[in-house]
Design a protein around this ligand. Structure first.
Ligand code: SF4
Length: 394
């Protein structure tokens, strides 16, 4: 087995995510030549492999530069601010280089906004080694470590299945470790306990909305069905919008619209066309979006002279329905309703894809980005249609 830094990061966030992803990890080989390294040229993206306790470790930094006293490893980031986790990452890469027989003169983290030379990576090597040993001895399927990080995880449904077997309270959206402990203290240990709990007591402890919702969610899971809280209002026809945003670059790189059944998109560089398109729409046009800042962004593009109405599908859904799912992300909800996603990309991967496309302008990468965005607006439409089928009850 070969371990990369991404594997280690996965393990630290959730050991189960690492455990499940390592089953599909691929073997890698070094891509540098001894001669090239000897010649001392700076190298972009070298793949360095070393052996660690009978297994492989791989390091693939952005750049290495030969200095008098060894190799300087440079890791490029898109983030605006330095993050503490980069310290451990530096130590990981330095460990792989050292074990591969390449002396390390320093590690540097650089972005457009900061540059930091890592001083203490050597002190962290024993910690990295301990984490790696834990990873290598992980034989049994670990328990899900539920948290916000689950939202974009590829194994969400797998974990739902596992937690459902245990009738675990952690399935319920809004029950984190703290709430779990409080419920446990109240003698509520399983979904069955929660489904049968005294609503007045839960409302007193957690507030009216949460208390009621927890009980409904437990029932939704046990009966494997969607529970309607109240019927939604009539939902008028409108345009569905989804904007892909790159947080580190603070840029909206792709705007997607679904008008009737027609998908239209605008790239960041087509802002003039986008504004013309928005201005061509009728006054009082209705826009639907799933969570996100689409309303603020479109208003900031065309100003308040044109009246547009925005409806958040996510908020309407949460106010009127309880689903037997751990996350109300569009991906999970639409999948529950039967949407067949054409790409397996997640929210993190689309950013990496965009970064690659920006550098290469590769048509295939653009196609994948568009497919991802089009799926988002079409999936939002499916959720909207699902709610419309209930609004006649109102
Ligand atoms: S869904 Fe959450 S708990 Fe499950 S593997 Fe992914 S990150 Fe871990």
């Amino acid at each position: 087995m070969t371990i990369s830094y991404e594997d280690m990061e996965n393990f630290l966030v959730c050991p189960r995510r690492y455990y499940l992803s390592k089953k599909i990890s691929k073997e890698v080989s070094p891509n540098f030549s001894e001669e090239l390294m000897e010649a001392g040229f700076p190298l972009e993206n070298p793949v360095i492999v070393c052996e660690f306790e009978g297994h492989g470790l791989v390091s693939n930094p952005d750049l290495v530069v030969k200095e008098r006293d060894g190799w300087r490893i440079i890791l490029r980031k898109n983030a605006k601010r330095f993050k503490d986790k980069y310290i451990l990452e530096s130590a990981y890469h330095a460990l792989v280089f050292s074990k591969a027989g390449l002396k390390v003169s320093g590690v540097e983290i650089v972005s457009d906004s900061f540059s930091r030379k890592m001083e203490n990576w050597k002190n962290l090597i024993p910690i990295v080694e301990d984490v790696l040993r834990e990873m290598l001895t992980l034989d049994d399927d670990p328990h899900p470590r539920v948290g916000k990080h689950c939202r974009y995880c590829d194994f969400l449904e797998d974990c739902e299945g596992k937690l459902l077997e245990e009738k675990s309270l952690l399935l319920v959206n809004g029950i984190g470790e703290e709430t779990y402990r409080v419920l446990y203290g109240m003698g509520i240990e399983t979904l069955e306990d929660l489904a049968g709990a005294d609503q007045r007591i839960l409302e007193k402890v957690f507030g009216k909305e949460k208390g009621k919702r927890f009980i409904m969610a437990a029932r939704a899971f046990l009966e494997n069905r969607v529970i309607m809280i109240t019927p939604p209002e009539d939902l008028p026809e409108g345009t569905i919008v989804d904007i892909e945003y790159h947080p580190a670059e603070e840029s909206d790189f792709l705007y997607g619209f679904l008008i009737g059944d027609e998908y239209r998109y605008f790239l960041e560089e087509d802002q003039g066309d986008l504004i013309a398109f928005l201005n061509s729409l009728d006054d009082e046009s209705v826009f639907y979006h799933y969570h996100g800042p689409e309303k603020r962004k479109l208003i900031s593009l065309i100003g308040r002279n044109k009246r547009m109405n925005f409806l958040d599908v996510f908020s309407i859904l949460r106010n009127h329905f309880v689903f037997p799912v751990m996350s109300y992300s569009l991906k999970r909800i639409a999948k529950y309703l039967g949407y067949d996603w054409r790409t397996s990309l997640n929210g993190y991967e689309i950013l990496r894809l965009y970064e690659k496309w920006k550098k290469t302008r590769n048509e295939e990468l653009l196609k994948q980005m568009l497919l991802y965005n089009e799926d988002d607006v079409r999936a939002t439409k499916l959720v909207l249609d699902f709610m419309r089928s209930y609004s006649s009850f109102s």
